[in-house]
Design a protein around this ligand. Structure first.
Ligand code: 2P0
Length: 326
């Protein structure tokens, strides 16, 4: 029997990944840059055994159906191939999410699966190789191999598309990200489908791609100079441009709800009142607010007037993927 267990933390992109050049290999159209967070993580154990006749997948202690298990099996096949292994596996994953549903992340989930499978099979991968493997499960997972800031370098092939950590001399520890959890009944469009539809049909997609390199340069410079305002401004701009592309898709769509707008407007108002804070959003209605840790309490107080306490979740910068047992 070969077993490995790891913990991987989620990450939120400050400069967004939106669109694939190669769907099978998950090669993105643009580089992205993220912050790994401590508040949401996945622990996954993978156990390969000659006693099994098929893969089994438990998520939060529930045995999953054949569709969910097939996705895990396809991913395990990549690791099995690297190790020349033909054994089936039992996968046990636990998502640690501090509040009500809606925040489980494919980034932490697939990074943890990649880490646990490679630990179990003793693949002895470098961070870059592990990032490449995680990328095959879910693009954003390749950034969760690292703590703090990370940049996914798009590359042009399976070998050259992976994330690297960005050294920031402690700047990352001055930051908080506050989640405003917005529940709504809108029909979900997965990020995978949403980005593909946008690449194929949105008149704004070209505009998005054109400005990513300068946004990345601004973000890297802001990190190097520990310039919170510059980082916040480019973070918010990247999210708005990404979400703008969806409005010009055919058929058009948006991840924003009325509650998202309320949260974004509140952030602008709080900022105008003198507290620097900036929002970002992903493929769903929740709003995430980047703020300096020293201002976290003041921001929470301002949010509490408008949102219930259980809708507001505090996260700080998180560590790299951790091996719990081999
Ligand atoms: C990001 N998102 O950079 C962007 C911004 C959502 C919006 O990466 O198809 O689950 O598995 O590569 O990584 C979410 O998409 O998509 C995502 P796949 P993924 O974080």
């Amino acid at each position: 029997m070969f077993s490995g267990k790891v913990r991987a933390y989620t990450n939120i992109a400050l400069i967004k990944y939106w669109g694939k050049e190669n769907q099978e290999l998950i090669i993105p159209m643009n580089n992205s840059l993220s912050l790994t967070l401590d508040a949401f993580y996945t622990e996954t154990q993978v156990l390969f055994s000659k006693d099994l006749t098929e893969d089994q997948f438990y998520l939060d202690n529930q045995l999953q159906d054949s569709k969910a298990t097939l996705k895990v099996s396809r991913f395990l096949d990549l690791a099995r191939k690297k190790a020349d292994c033909t054994l089936y596996a039992t996968v046990r994953s636990q998502n640690f999410v501090p509040t009500a549903a809606g925040l489980a992340s494919s980034a932490s989930g697939l990074a943890a699966l990649a880490g646990a499978a490679s630990a179990a099979l003793k693949l002895d991968l470098s961070s870059e190789e592990l990032s490449r493997l995680a990328r095959r499960g879910s693009g954003s997972a390749c950034r969760s191999i690292y703590g703090g800031f990370s940049e996914w370098q798009k590359g042009t092939s399976d070998e050259t598309s992976y994330a690297v950590g960005i050294a920031s001399d402690g700047f990352e520890d001055q930051l908080s990200m506050i989640f405003v959890v917005v529940n709504d009944a809108q029909k979900d469009i997965s990020s995978r489908d949403g980005m593909q539809r946008t690449v194929e049909t949105s008149a704004f997609y070209g505009g998005w791609l054109q400005t990513v390199p300068q946004d990345l340069a601004k973000a890297r410079k802001a990190i190097a100079e520990k310039d919170f305002i510059a980082l916040g401004e480019v973070t918010e701009a990247s999210a708005l441009k990404m979400h703008g592309t969806t409005l010009a898709a055919t058929p058009p769509f948006t991840y924003w709800s009325a509650e998202s707008m309320k949260a974004m407007n509140l952030v602008r108002q709080i900022r105008n009142d003198g507290l620097p804070c900036y929002f970002t959003m992903d493929a769903g209605p929740n709003v995430k607010i980047l703020v300096e840790r020293k201002n976290e309490e003041a921001l929470l107080n301002a949010l509490r007037d408008q949102f219930d306490a259980q809708q507001v979740v505090v996260a700080h910068t998180g560590p790299a993927i951790e091996i719990l047992s081999e």
